[in-house]
Write a protein that binds this ligand. Structure first.
Ligand code: TMP
Length: 222
């Protein structure tokens, strides 16, 4: 695909209850207000096959496979999501805003799940290859606050496979996401997600404007 007409690929990452979904919607609206075509999607999921795998993973059905098996299932879902949703959208010039992507595998299965970094890196190379995001926004929030927010959001429903992990797991995740941001500062930006949603949205927008210049991006034809 030609680099000049290709859309841009933005991912939002972070622990539980960081407000990624709300911010992904706000970012979608803001980009659309500039006349851009935007595809907002999520992982695991974002295509019919990958949504089916989401059910299997988040219900805990795949937990007996261990982090290694779960990482492979997230990878299988990601391959389908890339092939059927993300890459076609980018190729036609759409901007893709994705709630979680490969950094979640690095943090959840890799660091918090104790998988060797080389295994996770090799899997990412196979699954994602050259299709890394142009920009990754890491929404940072203390683990305790995020878990409380996530519990409030889901009301009486039970915690999913990963929300149900102990606090130490979620504290490790926070560190893992911050370490990814430090290791890849050109791709990643850390956003303070403790602030009110409108302030978080403003912080996100200033990073998107500065790094990807959406006002100058080619708009879809009539
Ligand atoms: P959420 O996006 O609604 O938070 O749910 C997705 C859950 O799946 C969340 O707990 C993070 C977890 N997850 C992984 O463990 N690895 C991955 O690669 C992805 C995309 C998500």
């Amino acid at each position: 695909m030609s680099p000049s007409t290709r859309g841009r690929f933005i991912t939002l990452e972070g622990g539980e209850g960081a407000g990624k979904s709300v911010q992904a919607k706000r970012l979608e609206e803001k980009l659309k207000s500039l006349g851009l075509e935007v595809v907002r999607t999520r992982e695991p999921g974002g295509s019919p096959q990958a949504e089916a795998l989401r059910e299997a993973i988040l219900s805990g059905f795949a937990a007996p496979f261990g982090p290694e098996g779960e990482a492979i299932l997230f990878g299988a879902a990601r391959i389908d999501h890339l092939d059927t949703t993300i890459l076609p959208a980018l190729a036609r010039g759409a901007w893709v805003v994705c709630d979680r992507f490969a950094d979640s595998t690095r943090a959840y299965q890799g660091v918090a799940g104790n998988l060797p970094a080389a295994y996770v890196a090799r899997l990412e190379q196979v699954v994602v290859g050259p299709n890394s995001p142009d920009l990754t926004l890491i929404l940072d929030i203390p683990a305790e606050t995020g878990l409380k927010r996530a519990a409030k959001r889901r009301g009486k429903g039970g915690a999913d496979r990963f929300e149900a992990e102990a606090l130490a797991f979620h504290q490790t995740l926070r560190r893992a996401f911050l370490d990814i941001a430090s290791a890849e500062p050109q791709r990643c930006a850390v956003i303070d997600a403790l602030k009110p949603p409108k302030d978080v949205a403003a912080a996100i927008w200033s990073v998107v404007e500065a790094r990807l210049d959406p006002t100058s991006a080619p708009k879809p034809g009539p």
